[in-house]
Design a protein around this ligand. Structure first.
Ligand SMILES: [Zn+2]
Length: 177
């Protein structure tokens, strides 16, 4: 069995409730809004979903393993640091991110005017060209809790390519009984 496949793909998903008075930070970009995602960190739901896609592609643990929401050090942390950690963890395995793509599902705020800035922020953080970052925003057509404007959800995918053969293959997580 080839434990060093040349390419690996991963998916990520995250959702946070919207809370009045919270900052709305998506991909490291603050979007003017009367409410923002609630959470232990800065609740950057876009960074979280992309980080999980990167880690998942590497066969690694999810972001809750690296950044527990019970850890006071993670309180209000900048989620761009979570993205950098995900990139570094996969680099240590001998893989480089080729591209990421994400879909933000939110009824509000309006995200379209900020897509370019969000892509530039993610590209700079992941050390990728901007054209290797996909970010789309859609609504839930007023269906369900997302459609009622109660939260923001994000789906993401990531492709990794092997860059060298001297690194260990991904290891299963060690924190389970
Ligand atoms: Zn999250």
């Amino acid at each position: 069995m080839n434990t060093f496949p040349p390419y690996r793909i991963g998916t990520g998903y995250d959702i946070h409730p919207l809370k009045a008075g919270r900052r709305c930070v998506l991909g490291g970009v603050e979007i003017p809004s009367s409410s923002g995602p609630d959470g232990h960190s800065d609740a950057d739901v876009l960074c979280h979903a992309i980080a999980d896609a990167i880690l998942g592609a590497g066969g690694l643990c999810d972001i809750g393993f690296y950044f527990p929401n019970t850890d006071l050090a993670c309180k209000d942390m900048n989620s761009l640091d979570i993205l950098r950690r995900a990139r570094d963890e996969t680099a240590a395995l001998g893989y480089a991110i080729q591209n990421v793509d994400a879909t933000i599902i939110a009824e509000c705020p309006k995200i379209a005017p900020y897509i370019t800035a969000i892509k530039e922020s993610l590209a700079a953080t992941l050390a990728l060209p901007v054209n290797c970052i996909g970010v789309k925003a859609t609504t839930n057509e007023k269906l369900g809790s997302i459609g009622a404007g109660l939260g923001i959800a994000v789906h993401a995918v990531c492709l990794l390519a092997r860059t060298r053969d001297d690194a260990p293959p991904p290891q299963p997580r060690q924190d389970l009984p």
